[in-house]
Design a protein around this ligand. Structure first.
Ligand code: SAH
Length: 213
């Protein structure tokens, strides 16, 4: 588990790339400049860790492209202390970004293998989520609701109602919606039954699946 000057240099180049692609949030850029993404990947891909690309992790899943992580994180407008729910813990990289932003993070993963691996790995790097659970993100985490933000990191065929209902008033849900291609969608809860919807173009994610294995 080494982080060298070479890695730090490559990370700064990645940050520059993200700025050139339009990411502005200083906190998000700082987090990406700090987190050793290479340690979240399987050894075969470590040399590519600071390219702006998604890569395979365990259980046929992927670590999201840094631009996508930055784009979603920026839309969440996180402030220190915010309670944030993440669907799709995966490698834990997005979780680490949320923690760097000062969020109190609750995260759900439906692949047992990834859940186990990432639950052990994140604390080794000093990243402590409030709760990492093995379960179905379609249901959200009702016992911990409401959340100031909810982020879904898998492609959702539809918007799960439990996620909308677990948002605090004023809260933000960022979710890629669609089957083969997903539209990045932001919902802002204006009132108990009042949601404002914004769309931000096409992205590609691994699918959000309903049945556990
Ligand atoms: N944020 C992760 C992205 C991983 S890819 C990272 O940066 O590494 C999406 C993740 O969502 C996968 O790990 C996948 O197993 C998980 N996932 C898919 N459907 C899910 C569901 N219904 N509930 C929770 N997690 C789910």
């Amino acid at each position: 588990m080494k982080d060298t000057f070479k890695h730090q240099g490559m990370r700064q180049q990645l940050v520059e790339t993200l700025i050139n692609k339009g990411i502005k949030d200083k906190g998000v850029l700082k987090a990406i400049g700090k987190i050793p993404r290479h340690l979240f990947m399987d050894s075969g891909f470590i040399d590519h860790a600071y390219q702006d690309k998604a890569f395979p992790i365990a259980a046929d899943q992927t670590i999201s492209q840094p631009y996508t992580v930055a784009f979603q994180s920026e839309l969440l407008q996180i402030e220190p202390g915010h309670k944030v729910l993440e669907i799709g813990t995966g490698s834990g990289y997005q979780t680490a970004v949320l923690l760097e932003l000062g969020a109190r993070v609750y995260s759900i993963e439906r692949q047992q293998e990834l859940f186990k691996k990432t639950s052990k790995f994140l604390p080794k790097l000093g990243y402590r989520a409030k709760s990492l659970i093995f379960g179905d993100g379609y249901k959200g985490m009702p016992v911990e609701a409401p959340f100031q933000s909810i982020i879904v990191t898998a492609g959702a065929p539809f918007v799960p109602n439990p996620l909308l209902s677990q948002l605090a008033i004023g809260g933000r849900l960022v979710i890629p919606v669609g089957d083969d291609v997903q539209v990045m969608t932001l919902f802002i809860r204006k009132g108990p039954k009042d949601f404002e919807k914004h769309e931000f173009g096409d992205f590609r994610f691994v699918p959000m699946l309903e049945d556990k294995n």
